[in-house]
Design a binder for this molecule. Sequence first.
Ligand SMILES: C[S@@+](CC[C@H](N)C(=O)[O-])C[C@H]1O[C@@H](n2cnc3c(N)ncnc32)[C@H](O)[C@@H]1O
Length: 300
Amino acid sequence: MALNDALSFFGTEVLKKERWEKRRWPYYLILPLSFLIVLWVAVKKGICLVMYGCTPRMNSLFFDGLGRVCREIKEGAASWKALDLIYGYSSTGNLVDDFWVNMMNAQAVRNRLEMVKGYLMDSSLEVARDGQEVRIMSLACGSAQAVIEILVTLKQLGIPARAMLIDRDSTALDYAAKMARNRGIDVELVLASVSQVKKYSQDFQPQIIEMVGLMDYLSSQKAKELTQLIHTSLPEGGWYITANIISNIERWFLYWVINWQMVYRQPEELREIVDEVFGSPCCDLKLDPLGIHAVVIARK
Ligand SMILES: C[S@@+](CC[C@H](N)C(=O)[O-])C[C@H]1O[C@@H](n2cnc3c(N)ncnc32)[C@H](O)[C@@H]1O
């Protein structure tokens, strides 16, 4: 296969339609029960706080009580560990886990992973077409699953590529390093805050900076400041990939039952943050098929 054919083949392969998850109806049917669980957990938390000054060990029998993976996700809520459990979930026969680890928000986060891989692949191929080595920097990388999978594909294509993974949690970096080793690729690890992006970019010179799963926890002011830092860290023509969760019907379940608090933004708000720094209209914004995550790619 000629390199150009191979490039377009792998580009489309990454975004195969059958990978999208969009099972809505079981979760819409169960909505009245979900709201009852939310209500019960809210009351239970209030009672525990007033009587014992703490939160309950178990939120709901029908989530972290009977679901082992659900419990681990609740305990690691908002962390890379919880996301990794959701990305890699396969049934263990526990019905509670099977139901909730496939809820719409879990499906959407796996869709987001596919979309990020698609954008990473597209931008990497553009860089490779210019005859350059591909350099991807992943900020708040967590398990860095998307970046690692793209590096594996680029290696199969014979395209020189490197990745620098930055996270402030050493357990995330250890895990990502192990995953990369198992897949036969090298990555550079940096234990640091994302606010150091400019410093590390000076040496590494990334053409692509990916930061997914962090905007969901930042105020708009912080998100704008960080976007500005990322912009100054990229060369002319460099790419920035990011995402944000959108308000959805399951958000109160996430908040009360899973203890997972996030900053929900409408797609226009995310676009505004990126456009304000990268200049309008220079970003492509897509929603996952369930409309729960907005993923953006912007070019400097
Ligand atoms: C929700 S996880 C997202 C992981 C990964 N990007 C993904 O999408 O699967 C958030 C990650 O951001 C990291 N993080 C949070 N604040 C950070 C900061 N200021 N600097 C570096 N990493 C940070 C956490 O340690 C965690 O690994």
